[in-house]
Design a protein around this ligand. Sequence first.
Ligand SMILES: [Zn+2]
Length: 49
Amino acid sequence: MATESESLGACPECGASVPRGAVLVEYEREGARVAYAECPDCVEPVRPR
Ligand SMILES: [Zn+2]
């Protein structure tokens, strides 16, 4: 059985999948979830989508 690790989304810079564990800050703004996480490839904060 495969275990899927939860992902926040793809890095807008390089397209890498950003794991949920890399999240730096997450909040709700105007009803939408906004999350910033450190991309494993860019090694800098990005907003996954
Ligand atoms: Zn990236």
